[in-house]
Design a binder for this molecule. Structure first.
Ligand code: HEC
Length: 243
């Protein structure tokens, strides 16, 4: 291959890689925006996988650009080197200038990598209040973690847990055992046995035995077990008086 053909091939590859950068950059900004990694895919790949392609694409472009510069090194040294008075002799050493340039660029890259690695910090952890609309409280919870725990929980704070986990079997469609989670009264009904919720006494409340998995002598006991954090939340609600 003669020199001109090589130059054309290199420039063609560089243009394709450049278009690839723009295309993947566009995908990461618009169709798959930040935060969509868990929920969206495009042509079978998630946001993180497209991000990887974007990264390797950019490294490829960098490599091709370096090859391009190397092919034109003679011209660069004679035009830029002489015009900026960096090279004095009329027969400049191409190898020496290349080593110097590579050395300086490598040092710059390595110091960037080092500074970036050194300055990575962990974000202060947000306390989850299960209440995304209430960003105000989120902020104060970071400064003062105890406010999240001492806050008075009301029915509206625990009702979403029942909707997510129980409504299918204890709601408008099915109401197994005659119990509906969308009827607040059903939690306090006293039909001979004790009611499900005894305000102020979470450890005595039958509801807690059911949702913590303690009670096994019932149908579909497994469907009644909730995550520990949800159980804690409901316990807190009961102990605070089940308002
Ligand atoms: C997959 C369906 C299903 C889901 C989900 C479910 N239950 Fe049940 N539940 C049942 C069935 C069936 C019974 C009837 C058990 C029986 O009669 O022995 C029952 C019975 C009950 C009872 C009556 C217990 C008793 O003493 O007889 C309560 C209270 C109850 N469920 C609460 C809940 C709560 C709270 C949730 C959500 C955390 C929930 N259930 C989720 C199916 C379900």
């Amino acid at each position: 291959m003669n020199r001109t053909v090589v130059n054309i091939v290199i420039d063609l590859v560089a243009s394709l890689l450049f278009l690839g950068m723009i295309a993947t950059g566009y995908l990461l900004r618009f169709p798959l925006p930040p935060g969509s990694n868990k929920t969206l895919t495009l042509w079978g790949l998630s946001r993180h996988q497209w991000g990887d392609i974007h990264f390797w694409n950019s490294l490829g472009l960098l490599t091709v650009l370096i090859i391009h510069l190397a092919l034109h090194w003679n011209w660069i040294v004679s035009v830029i080197g002489k015009r900026c008075h960096l090279i004095k002799s009329s027969q400049p050493s191409l190898v020496l200038s290349a080593i110097w340039t590579l050395g300086i660029i490598t040092a710059l890259c390595l110091s960037f990598v080092w500074v970036a690695q050194r300055d990575v910090q962990e974000k202060p952890r947000a306390i989850c209040t299960n209440n995304p609309s209430d960003t105000q409280r989120h902020d104060s919870a970071i400064a003062e973690p105890s406010t999240a725990e001492t806050k008075l929980l009301i029915w509206d704070d625990v009702y979403p847990i029942f909707v997510t986990n129980c409504l299918d079997c204890h709601g408008p469609q099915k109401h197994y055992a005659g119990f509906r989670v969308d009827h607040l009264d059903d939690f306090f009904k006293n039909d001979g046995n004790s009611s499900l919720v005894l305000p102020g006494q979470s450890s005595q409340s039958p509801l807690i035995a059911i949702i913590s998995g303690e009670r096994t002598n019932m149908a579909m006991a497994e469907s009644h077990k909730l995550a520990a954090s949800d159980v804690t939340r409901i316990k807190t609600w009961i102990d605070q008086g089940a308002k």
